[in-house]
Design a protein around this ligand. Sequence first.
Ligand code: PGA
Length: 248
Amino acid sequence: MSKIIAANFKMNQTPSETIKYASEFLSKKQNFKSKVIFCPPFTSIYCMAEKLKGSTAKIGGQNCYFKNSGAFTGEISPKMLKDSGADYVILGHSERKTYFDESNELIGEKIKAALANNLHIIFCVGENENERMKNIQNSVIINQIKNTLKNIEKNELKSIIIAYEPIWAIGTGKAISPNQAEEMCKLIKEFINKNYNHSQIKVLYGGSVKSENARDLFKMPSIDGALVGGASLDIEEFMKIINAAKNI
Ligand code: PGA
C-alpha cells in the first residue's frame, strides 16, 4: 500500500536553500509510490511549489490563521497558502501549542477555515512524557481529537489526515517502538470509525522518524506514513525514508 510521507521543515531553510533542496529532490529517482508532501516555512512555499510543478510532490504550510484576510498583523491565511501553491497545512503541532499557546478550540477553527479553502489538513495529536508515564495517553489523544474536531462534519474528514506525534519523541531521538505507535494509530482509527462512521482516515506517525526506524514503522498495518521533522532536512536521509516505504 502506498504511504504518505510529509516533511516538516519547521523554522529551517531560506527560500534559496529550499530551491536548492527541491532541485536535489528532483535529481533523485522518483520511482516511489508514496505521496510526498513538503511543508517548508511560509517564505519558501511559493518557490518550492513552482520548482516542484509537474512532479508528484505536494506542498503544505505549517500553520495558518482562521480568517482569509484582514487586520491580523503577522498572520498568514489559508487562502494565501492555497494561492501560493500549497494543498496541505499542518495544524495543531505540539510546538504551536507549547510555544504559541494554541488551544484545541483555536485549532478547530483553523481546521474549518483551511477546509473551506480546499486545503487538506495534517492534524497533529500527541501526549507528553508525564501523560505517557501515567499511562493516560489513550484518553489524552481521544480528548484532543474530540475537542478539536467537535464542529467538523463527517464529510469533511476525507480531507483530514491525523498525525500521532508523542511529544516526548519529537526531536529527541527517542522514537516510540513500532508496536506502541501501531497501538495508538489503531486507537485513533477505531475512534474515528466508531464516532464518525468513517473508516478511511489516514494516520501518520511522527517523532524521531529516521531511515533506521522508518521501515519497521511503515510495516505496521495502522500506520499510513510519517511526519518527519529533523530527518527531512537532509535530502539523502529523507530519500532513504521515502524509499523505506517501497514494497510494503
Ligand atoms: P522530528 O519532528 O522528526 O524532528 O522528531 C517531527 C515533528 O515535529 O513533526
